[in-house]
Design a protein around this ligand. Structure first.
Ligand code: 5GP
Ligand code: ZN
Length: 121
């Protein structure tokens, strides 16, 4: 399978890994959008949020918990951080292996979409 994050999981492509266990890996984003920007991925290939099955519930919960634990280790959990799952083109997904973005170290803007909303999307 030609999947970038499966290749990072298999150590075929290097990454700055900051956490790993038997289910997930966290590594720094190559193009950070905040002072700290890392991704939490499952070792299992799941293409999009739409492909999460009932059997994946615990895995996805673990991804979210790891996000918080690594944020705490990095020292910005109490100040806060942004977590994002992008899904498919309208969500801005570019790598089709689910990943939880964690952005911290400065206040994040909100909302992410600021054009005048049209009735149809
Ligand atoms: P998406 O747009 O799919 O939500 O996010 C994909 C993220 O993966 C982007 O933030 C992008 O910078 C990051 N990324 C793409 N290629 C690589 C890579 O080879 N290594 C790392 N560490 N991050 C990558
Ligand atoms: Zn994959």
């Amino acid at each position: 399978m030609d999947c970038l994050f499966c290749k990072i999981n298999a150590n075929e492509i290097p990454a700055e890994v900051i956490y790993e266990d038997d289910k997930v890996i966290a590594f720094n984003d190559i193009n950070p959008q905040a002072p700290s920007h890392f991704l939490v991925i499952p070792r299992k290939h799941i293409a999009t949020l739409n492909d999460i099955g009932d059997e994946d519930r615990e895995l996805v919960g673990h991804m979210v918990q790891v996000a918080g634990k690594v944020a705490a280790e990095k020292g910005f959990a109490a100040d806060g951080y942004r977590t994002v799952f992008n899904c498919n083109p309208h969500g801005g997904q570019t790598v089709y292996h689910i990943h939880l973005h964690v952005l911290g170290g400065k206040p994040m803007g909100w909302p992410p979409y600021q054009e005048t909303l049209k009735t149809e999307v």
